[in-house]
Design a protein around this ligand. Structure first.
Ligand SMILES: C[C@@H]1N[C@@H](C(=O)NCc2ccccc2)[C@H](O)[C@@H]1O
Length: 450
């Protein structure tokens, strides 16, 4: 054991009600909204294929020139109630909002920066309106906060001199002030998702990351904090020098997911993935033809994949500068919501089932021990193979929705064929299994001698 002052604080998964709500929520929506939505990936007549919220970087725009975009911030179509209805219809139980992205523009009227909504033609506290509207729909609000801040003269990527160190201390104090301001102004916030914490300057100040976590937890009992904030005494991130997860849930699965066979280690801790609809666009980009855009079923597959391994999934939306959403995102939210309305029982408050992954799709397990089969790939054999853990037998199988009983045929020790629905559901569907701790399978099974 390496002695640490700023290492992991949790011993295993948190089991308090706030964390259980975080976990049971399972499906979230990300909102990436900032000045970057105005240019939408184009600068001086050139369209950049990289992430639109990084346009300042791709087009090498100086901070003062970039922040002049504030003069154009006037989302006349913004209607927080409509945004909340869209999230509700999608079946998102929580929404993560970019309070401040790397550009430094604050969606709330921070008194510690001049780069805020208060100093734009629109003036209004859009963050406050969103928090109220989502909460009024029963949707939890999480805050995304970028520590790296391209607008602040005291930000440093590395600490190479005493001057750097003094400037960065001022920057960390500024950051503390903004975090306290957010926690004070919006006390119903349930989570802080830190980003922009990969630079050497942060890794060298692991103490501060531990302090920020502790400060927020003292101000907002129950609040959850992502592992990406954290660096330990030795600059180790996410997992400390003793391999223990820092923060309350692992937040490294950004636009990727753990392998359902090779990466089962993730079932030992809480984790949350986040994903984009195009290949890599978080903020609004005017041209989605530049990369592949995922279909609703491809998004639903990723949501179920995450839950099947004990994780949450956050699906990203990049609102337009005018405060409305692009048609593709509205259609996606509707399609996801239709499916979640029918089959959400296999997602919400569900977890890893402990069954070996099969080709037809994913398993999840509900709180009362029911096991769900979420079928994405129906085999030509018309039989869905289920291999149960030792000592577990399948008693019954029923199609979610119609309740149609599926045939359960024991084919070998701990192996079953489940029949497919009489009439194709024409969409990924869910079979609920009733399983039992078996007394011991029939004596007919004997392993071959080889
Ligand atoms: C959740 C996402 N994380 C931010 C991000 O900076 N990701 C890592 C990254 C690092 C370097 C170039 C592009 C992107 C993206 O802008 C989103 O906010």
């Amino acid at each position: 054991e390496i002695p640490l002052k700023y290492g992991a604080t949790n011993d295993g998964k948190r089991q308090d009600p706030a964390m259980q709500k975080f976990r049971d929520n399972r499906l979230g929506a990300f909102i990436h909204w900032g000045l970057y939505a105005i240019p939408g990936g184009e600068w001086n007549g050139k369209v950049y294929g990289g992430a639109a919220e990084w346009l300042k970087s791709w087009a090498k725009v100086p901070a003062d020139e970039w922040l002049k975009l504030m003069d154009q911030w006037n989302p006349t179509k913004f209607d927080a109630k409509k945004w909340a209805k869209m999230a509700k219809e999608m079946g998102a139980k929580y929404v993560k909002i970019t309070t401040k992205h790397h550009e430094g523009f604050c969606l709330w009227p921070s008194k510690y920066s001049k780069y805020t909504v208060a100093n734009t033609p629109y003036k209004k506290d859009v963050l406050g309106e969103m928090v109220k509207a989502y909460n009024d729909e029963g949707i939890d609000v999480h805050f995304y906060f970028s520590v790296m801040d391209w607008s602040h003269p005291d930000y440093r990527y590395s600490i190479k001199s005493e001057e750097d160190s003094i400037a960065f201390s001022r920057f960390l104090e500024f950051t503390d002030n903004q975090l306290k301001e957010l926690a004070t102004r919006y006390p119903t916030v349930k989570d802080f998702w830190f980003d922009g914490t990969w630079d050497a300057s942060i890794k060298k100040n692991g103490w501060w990351t531990a302090h920020a976590e502790q400060m927020l937890k003292e101000m907002l009992p129950g609040v959850t904090i992502n592992s990406r904030l954290r660096a330990d005494d030795n600059g180790k991130r996410h997992f400390d020098s003793n391999g223990r997860l820092m923060g309350d849930y692992e937040s490294g699965y950004e636009r990727r997911l753990p392998d359902p066979v090779k990466d089962l280690k993730v079932t030992q801790w809480d984790w949350e993935a986040c994903m984009t609809i195009p290949e890599n666009q978080w903020g609004y980009h005017k041209d989605w033809s530049l990369s592949y855009v995922k279909t609703p079923i491809e998004v639903i597959d990723r949501i179920v994949h995450a839950v099947s391994m004990g994780g949450n999934m956050v699906v990203n939306f990049g609102p337009q500068a005018d405060g409305d959403f692009r048609p593709e995102e509205k259609a996606l939210a509707t399609a996801i919501g239709k499916w979640m309305h029918r089959y959400g029982e296999a997602v919400y408050a569900c977890d890893y089932a402990g069954f070996d992954k099969q080709d037809w799709g994913y398993y999840t397990r509900g709180k009362n021990g029911e096991v769900y089969m979420i079928v994405f790939n129906q085999p030509y054999s018309e039989r869905l193979v289920v291999k149960t853990p030792k000592g577990i037998s399948v008693e019954k199988a029923a199609l979610l929705g119609t309740g149609e009983e599926m045939n359960v045929v024991e084919t070998a020790r701990n192996e079953y064929n489940i029949s497919i629905p009489e009439k194709s559901p024409d969409e990924p569907y869910v079979i609920r299994l009733k399983v039992r701790a078996a007394k011991g399978t029939k004596g007919i099974y004997r392993d071959a001698l080889t």
